[in-house]
Design a binder for this molecule. Structure first.
Ligand code: GLC
Ligand code: CA
Length: 546
């Protein structure tokens, strides 16, 4: 056996040994709860709404739903400002309603992942109220308080992610507090053991209630430089860019000590069976993979947002996949994300035709895919009239294209008033074509992107080569990207045309005789494939041996 074959045989054995933990083989679906389904006619989605739509999610074929924050909150950052880690905001429902949602989801085989926001609380959290009361309050050190700089002004040059200084002066005690986001979102001091214990207790509260894991908000921010040194300037910044990019976040995030904090969270998660720890991390690949932790003691899935940032072309995507695959630590399980509530939707970025190719890419890559609600309908970014802007970032930095409302618009269920989302005008507008771009209409159309997404999800579920097999690049020529997924027993070939001109791919002779399992155009299933495979404009094909 030549060395290459020996390595392949070994890797195949390893992939066969990968236990099929649900968070490895299944797909995650992100629900932005304000926008999924309203049940009480206030124009805002809620937990009861999600419960009523569980059947849809089971039908679609996802494994788990991740729900953006539902805790009591003054909603300065729409729930990412938590005033009580162990409750449910009345806008979203009640603890009883939550328990019912978990029970019914589990009965349908769906897992529930909560969004956990440990980096900062709401300004209204009782911990912060205590902390700001006096310099000597026992909770003073739970947050990051500093004297003004020697000449006056903020203690250092750090910038809020939503623009402006990251420090706010508090008259009463004459010190500044640090907030990586809004002034209404003061950062907790994770160097303080009591803070850690309080947050661990909150996580246990939900795990005991049956949740299947957490997506941890801005996990790479938890620890800041002990000396709070100034961040260096970013020479690439221009005034058109968001202000946060003016400096390089060398000292305010991604500090070495954060990995110890995460290992503790992971230890806690591991006390419970089959639960997952996902980390939100916007870092380049080489730094991202450190979040698997020493000896895989970190996040199970450090979110990989690279597809959100890479130019949509075969070459850069092929290089990205290869770089990521090589960078992963041994045993570290990959994952991929195409859209979320903070970034423009995939369709807005790549257009309606490539959005279908993107769905095939996401659902055939090696690693846990995370789908964003509404992407399966091909919802694009919705234009938000100025008087309906809600996102605090958009309000603070107008004109820089940073607003996140366009990707947070309501799910579109049917052609009745307000798309079946609500009986009331929704908090954000629908797409202009909601009367046809909705679940009811698209479910009935076998060629819709919804039908395609469902077909891919179900195909992935039945094929271990896709859900847990190895990944190998076969071709990257012009707009064509082709790869193989393989395990001990099975092979699946994927060929994607990332361009708007037809392509012909000469199949490598070592491939077996193939047929088309799924075309993104939904009209070639079962067609046998000759030595030259034709792909139409913007077509992706999943192929399997005959
Ligand atoms: C994360 C969330 C984002 C939020 C921020 C502050 O990036 O995804 O929506 O604004 O953290 O919590
Ligand atoms: Ca509601």
């Amino acid at each position: 056996m030549v060395e290459r074959d020996r390595r392949l045989a070994r890797d195949l054995r390893i992939s066969a040994a990968v236990s099929e933990a649900w968070w490895r083989s299944g797909a995650i679906y992100q629900v932005y709860p304000r926008s999924f389904q309203d049940s009480n006619g206030d124009g805002i989605g809620d937990l009861e709404g999600i419960r009523r739509r569980l059947d849809y999610l089971a039908w679609l074929g996802v494994e788990a739903i991740w729900i953006s924050p539902i805790y009591p909150s003054p909603m300065h950052d729409f729930g990412y400002d938590v005033a009580d880690y162990c409750g449910i905001d009345p806008i979203f429902g009640s603890l009883e309603g939550f328990d019912r949602l978990v029970a019914e989801a589990h009965a349908l085989g769906l897992k529930i992942i909560l969004d956990f926001v440990p980096n900062h609380t709401s300004i209204l959290h009782p911990w912060f109220a205590a902390s700001r009361r006096s310099r000597f309050d026992p909770k003073r050190d739970w947050y990051i308080w500093r004297d003004p700089a020697p000449g006056g002004g903020p203690p250092n040059n750090w910038i809020s992610n939503f623009g402006g200084s990251a420090w706010t002066f508090d008259e009463q005690t004459g010190q500044y507090y640090y907030h990586a986001y809004l002034a209404q979102q003061p950062d907790l001091n994770w160097r303080n053991r009591e803070v850690r214990a309080a947050m661990h207790a909150a996580m246990r509260f939900w795990l005991r209630r049956g949740v299947d894991g957490f997506r941890v908000d801005v996990i790479w921010h938890l620890i800041k430089d002990a000396a709070l040194r100034d961040n260096p300037p970013n020479p690439a910044w221009t005034p058109q860019r968001p202000e946060i990019e003016r400096l390089i976040e060398a000292h305010s995030a991604d500090q070495p000590e954060v990995h110890g904090v995460i290992a503790e969270l992971r230890g806690l998660i591991d006390e419970f069976d089959n639960c997952v720890l996902i980390g939100e991390i916007y870092l380049p690949i080489e730094r991202l993979v450190a979040y698997y932790g020493e000896g895989l003691s970190g996040a199970h899935l450090p979110f990989n947002f690279q597809l959100l940032q890479t130019p949509w072309a075969a070459g850069p995507i092929a290089r990205l996949i290869e770089t990521y695959e090589v960078a992963l630590p041994e045993g570290g399980w990959p994952n991929w994300v195409l859209s979320n509530h903070d970034r423009p939707r995939i369709k807005a970025r790549v257009g309606p035709d490539q959005a279908r190719v993107a769905a095939m890419l996401l659902l055939t890559l090696r690693g846990t895919p995370t789908l964003y609600y509404g992407d399966e309908l091909g919802i694009g970014d919705v234009e938000i009239p100025p008087d309906r802007i809600c996102d605090p970032w958009a309000k603070r930095e107008p004109g820089r294209g940073v607003g996140r409302d366009p990707e947070r618009t309501p799910m579109q269920w049917d052609a009745t008033a307000f798309a079946g989302f609500s009986t009331h005008e929704p908090w954000l507008p629908l797409t202009p074509d909601w009367r046809t771009r909705n679940v009811a209409a698209m479910r009935a159309d076998p060629a819709s992107i919804l039908s395609l997404t469902r077909a891919l999800l179900h195909y992935r579920r039945t094929r271990a080569s896709l859900s847990i097999g190895l990944w190998r690049l076969l071709a990257c020529e012009g707009d064509l990207l082709a790869f193989e997924r393989r395990n001990e027993h099975e092979r699946t070939i994927v060929a994607l045309n990332l361009g708007a001109a037809a392509q012909v791919w000469s199949l490598p002779p070592e491939l077996p005789k193939l047929k088309i399992a799924i075309s993104t155009h939904c009209d070639r299933d079962g067609e046998p494939v000759g030595p030259a495979l034709s792909l139409r404009a913007n077509e992706g094909l999943a192929l399997e041996p005959i």
